[in-house]
Design a protein around this ligand. Structure first.
Ligand SMILES: Nc1ncnc2c1ncn2[C@@H]1O[C@H](COP(=O)(O)OP(=O)(O)OP(=O)(O)O)[C@@H](O)[C@H]1O
Ligand SMILES: [Mg+2]
Length: 289
């Protein structure tokens, strides 16, 4: 798929032109199927954990029309994607400096869906993202809930997809549906599974097994397990303070899990679901959520 002489450059088939655009950063989209399972918190957690490892990260808030990543990180955007897509600002001008050096491309209410953008706006977005990606190691895309064309377009454009699921049966069913849709469109797409908000390691591991069983049996698709993040009251406490949990409570169970997941993403370790069980059982000293 990527036959560019520079293997670090990746294609992004978002543009309208004959040539697929190339990206210098690792482009990873975070999705779920069901809403409210923790995509935005996971995106923020991974971004900050990557930054803690010295990685340069930009996060695109692709919840077009429903901004929340900036709110989650306590940022107050003056300009958003709206101005960038209309050509009033270049994308670099809307970049916000977030915690730990993570940069955010904020969206705004009233923004059109990606599929309804005119050719000029889409070109501005793609070319702007290409330029921004030249300056960082990672471009993380926090997508909206549901299997809409807009979301699918971003998932197909990204090099890797992280599927977030919780142990709830509805989340599992919707996660499976998302895998199926993506698999039918692009069977070779690298798809990571991240189970979030499990009450226990057993519950999270069962979720992993059930999804793997279903996608393996019915689609012949192997999901790579990226990791499991515990249900952790620190997450909600950080949300209330509009701070990233990784920054505010670096020793909390969720933050430790994000750290491990990032090391897995960076290829520094190869972790199995059992390795994540530790994050449920070790309360960090001084943790008083
Ligand atoms: N590991 C966790 N432990 C405790 N609470 C969590 C955890 N992950 C997410 N939450 C809580 O779940 C709620 C939903 O999280 P979030 O907004 O990240 O979900 P989302 O998938 O982005 O939602 P949407 O589909 O609306 O974009 C938030 O209140 C958040 O604090
Ligand atoms: Mg969200």
């Amino acid at each position: 798929m990527n036959d560019h002489p520079n293997p670090r450059l990746r294609t992004l088939p978002l543009g309208q032109g004959a040539e697929a655009p190339l990206f210098a950063a690792r482009v990873v989209a975070i999705t779920s199927g069901k809403g409210g399972v923790g995509k935005t918190n996971v995106t923020a957690g991974l971004a900050l954990a990557l930054a803690a490892q010295g990685q340069r990260v930009v996060v695109l808030d692709a919840n077009f029309g429903l901004s929340n990543l900036d709110i989650l990180l306590g940022l107050s955007p003056k300009y958003t994607l709206e101005q960038a897509l209309h050509g009033e600002k270049v994308l670099e001008e809307i970049l916000l400096e977030g915690p730990m050096g993570v940069q955010v491309l904020p969206t705004s209410s009233g923004l059109q869906e990606l599929t309804r953008l005119d050719t000029m706006s889409e070109l501005r977005l793609v070319q702007g993202l290409q330029r921004v990606a030249e300056t960082v190691d990672w471009l993380l895309i926090d997508t909206a809930a549901g299997i809409h064309d807009s979301v699918l377009k971003l998932l197909l454009a990204a090099q890797e997809v992280i599927l977030v699921a919780t142990p709830e049966p509805t989340s599992l069913v919707d996660a499976y549906a998302m895998v199926k849709v993506l698999h039918l469109r692009e069977p070779s797409k690298p798809l990571w599974l991240l189970v979030n908000n499990g009450q226990s390691a057993e519950e999270a591991r069962e979720t992993v097994e059930q999804l793997q069983e279903a996608t393996g049996r019915f689609l012949g698709k192997q999901l790579k397990v990226l990791g499991m993040v515990p249900h952790d009251p620190h997450v909600l406490q950080a949300v209330r303070q509009q701070r990233g949990v990784v920054e505010l409570f670096p020793d909390s169970p969720a933050s430790r899990a994000f750290g491990a997941i990032v090391r897995q993403l960076l290829g520094q370790v190869s972790l199995q679901p059992d390795d994540f069980a530790a994050f449920w059982s070790v309360p960090a000293p001084g943790d008083t959520p």
